[in-house]
Design a protein around this ligand. Structure first.
Ligand SMILES: Cc1ncc(COP(=O)(O)O)c(C=O)c1O
Length: 456
């Protein structure tokens, strides 16, 4: 169906409509390709608007958007600044690689938390500050040469659109198996290197499955890639690690790098998720000096760099002991929310094959539900009617070349449920999901009852 209003003449003429549908040049806004404009998560929010989400957002549970709660009431977390000073320098254009004090603070944080006692240490020249994680990913992609880039399925939805922007990158999907918890293994990477992959992009911890690759396996993957392939490690959920008794430790590929200027490991993280400041748009890329110089410079034609006042305000937040405390408090709170959501879902009859070890997402298998809600899109639709947003799994089936039919997707029978929001929102969302499931089970029970009884 066309996305624009057809003239009266055209509405009356089937052959004109057919002609327009199959000839790209005959569309309004000849230069616009509207399919480039949105990612899956945006699409879900737009559907929610149609159901009244914009009119009374407080009545809804948005378990779709991948955002952590931002309030100051998590026990042990430091209060977020309510005001920031704006120096005269903050009025000027900043360097496109970020201000030096923040670059130094990031280097210090990784050295203290991940590289104590190692000879090779990060310096400010190994850090580029970028205006958010997505800007960081786009900057990295902009400086990659012609390559086969392997990415894993399922993974973060924005990779899909991003990878299709750059014509020199041949993006090769690497499906991960449901049977092994969507795990990115050493063998899988070895196989892909053998067939010519020279760059890998992955979130670790992984969005949407809530799994991660930790040491010693992570170190083995890095050993395998050393001198063979560039690893882009998107560590945006690194703080949300529930495998170490909430001691505040964070898993990072930085710990396994041998020489910070030689190992082709690019690490992406920022204030968005683990410092619960998605609105600040402050993130960083860490990597070999030469790579970082290119990533810093390409900001001059891409985004112009991160705003200076918020970079200045971020410096004090990255003090290593303070970060350790913050991560401890974060892990305790989010683990509690994870366990609450899992408990509610299991009580509804969902069988979780594994407990997520990280992030704030649950990759929920719907295949045991009644037919009407056993796939991501129908479940999503049913939840909207109960004022709750989840994200259909197919959006995480990154499919840059649109190779696959919707119904063939291995993610078709999943949704992603976020436990990023506050506890009261989670309670509301779980109540809504329970109503959806109960209603459909009752409907199914009635149908099978009819069949058995032979009643009309
Ligand atoms: C894995 C991953 N990387 C990066 C980002 C993007 O972060 P930002 O909002 O800072 O652009 C997200 C956001 O959801 C994410 O899930």
């Amino acid at each position: 169906m066309p996305r624009y209003q057809l003239s009266r003449l055209e509405q009356a003429s089937k052959v004109h409509r057919q002609f327009r549908e199959s000839h790209e040049g005959h569309r309004p806004h000849a230069g616009l390709e509207p399919t480039r404009a949105s990612t899956g998560v945006v699409w879900t929010t737009e559907r929610a608007y149609e159901h009244g989400f914009l009119d009374e957002p407080e009545a809804w549970a948005n378990l779709g958007q991948g955002a952590p709660e931002v309030d100051d009431d998590i026990a042990g977390c430091f209060p977020r600044p309510e005001q920031i000073d704006i120096s005269n320098q903050g009025r000027e254009y900043g360097p496109t690689a970020g201000i030096k004090p923040l670059r130094e603070a990031v280097a210090r944080l990784y050295n203290e938390h991940h590289r104590q006692g190692k000879e090779s240490q990060y310096t400010w020249e190994n850090v580029c500050i970028v205006p958010g994680g997505r800007a960081g990913l786009i900057r990295i992609a902009a400086v990659l040469g012609t390559c086969y880039l392997g990415f894993f399925i399922p993974d973060y939805t924005a990779y899909n659109e991003m990878l299709s922007l750059f014509k020199n990158i041949a993006a090769i999907p690497i499906p991960l198996g449901e049977h092994d918890k969507f795990h990115m293994s050493v063998d899988k990477i070895a196989e892909e290197i053998a067939r010519g992959m020279s760059v890998f992009l992955t979130s670790n911890p992984r969005n949407p499955t809530g799994q991660m690759v930790a040491n010693p396996e992570l170190a083995r993957i890095q050993d395998l890639c050393r001198d063979r392939a560039t690893l882009i490690m998107d560590e945006f959920y690194s703080g949300y690690n529930y495998t170490t008794d909430c001691d505040g430790s964070v898993v990072s590929a930085a710990a396994n790098v041998h020489d910070v200027d030689a190992d082709d490991v690019l690490i992406l993280d920022g204030l968005t998720k683990r410092f619960r400041l998605p609105g600040w748009r402050v993130a960083w890329v860490l990597g070999p000096k030469e790579f970082i110089q290119a990533i810093g410079s390409c900001g001059s034609y891409l985004d112009g760099g991160c705003n200076v006042p918020f970079q200045e305000a971020a410096v004090a937040m990255l003090d290593p002991p303070r970060v350790r405390n913050e991560m401890q408090a974060l892990q305790r709170h989010f683990k509690m929310k994870r366990d609450y959501v899992i408990g509610r879902l299991e009580a509804m009859g969902f069988k979780l094959r594994y407990k997520p070890t990280s992030t704030f997402y649950i990759w929920l298998d719907l295949s045991s539900l009644p037919e009407g809600i056993a796939d991501g899109l129908n479940f999503f639709q049913a939840c909207l009617e109960e004022k709750t947003i989840v994200v259909p799994g197919i959006f995480f089936d990154l499919n840059p070349s649109k190779r696959r039919d919707l119904f063939d997707s291995p993610c078709h029978h999943f949704v992603r449920v976020s436990y990023g929001p506050r506890m009261d929102v989670l309670e509301k969302g779980m109540d809504a999901i329970e109503r959806v499931v109960t209603r459909h089970r009752e409907g199914e029970g009635r149908k099978s009852g009819q069949a058995v009884d032979g009643e009309p």
